[in-house]
Design a protein around this ligand. Sequence first.
Ligand SMILES: [Zn+2]
Length: 315
Amino acid sequence: MILNSFLRLEPEYRDYIWGGDRLRPGHAPTAEVWVVWEEDRILSGDLAGRTLGEISSQFGESLLGKRTVDRTGKRFPILIKLLDCAQWLSLQVHPNEQQAVKLEDSLQFGKTEAWHILEAKPDAKLIAGVKDDTSPDILAAAIRNGSVIEHVQYAAVSAGDTIFMPAGTLHALGPGLLLYEIQQSSDLTYRVYDWGRPETEKRRLHIEKSIQVARADFAAQASPMPDCGDGTQQTLVQCEYFSLELLSANSNPIELDTHAESFHAITMIEGKGLLQSNKERVELEKFQTVVVPASLGKYQFQPIDGNCRALKASV
Ligand SMILES: [Zn+2]
């Protein structure tokens, strides 16, 4: 069976202590929405109720695309979240492929991620890596004795910025940020420092694993929003695990094509848009996401009521 319909997913909401009220007004605090995830369920059509992970293993290349299956087999390889940060998140770090297999188990992906900032309060900042003069020994000692925060690199960010975060980069999101996060499908997070919050069963520190994976030689840079015209597609991130593009339109449509190489995941981040294939039309409101199966081929992205922007993720 060939998949040729747009797949709307039921997002999963997660409430953590640092969450805000912008993702789901009236349900504060909502910290994260997992808009594309292996365990999200399909909302409509013949596959309603099945999870994205189930249909990935059943349909393989038809959903995922040739390039995806060549790289990572029939598992759905990426996870996309929206995060609303009212307080500092813990300082954390993720393992790469080899470390994930060594420290956890052979089924794990590593976790390289990228952020696209949707809203930022004027003084909003985040942590992305360590200061220039940090040696591996200094970093290890500082993680162990709780002074790691003295060695991290802060970055001021504003709406439209994109930050690419290879596995091993120490990072923390700060208050006032609302962002889109794309990553390899993994929940392997080593918490390095938690701002003095009491350690609980659910919020443990992972000191020894953090020391094994944290890079002392890296700080990530924020890239500003590229120039976007009407009906344009701009690349924000391209790495071996995923690509991220910004679609901007005011009146002109954008022609898209999966080329049977990869699925696309389209998430509206501003205004309203419409996806149209030769078979169906689907409207997208702000923060809604549709997965386009790799075998769908050509389709169009169109604005509804003027300015709109969406992010397009693929492999
Ligand atoms: Zn992270």
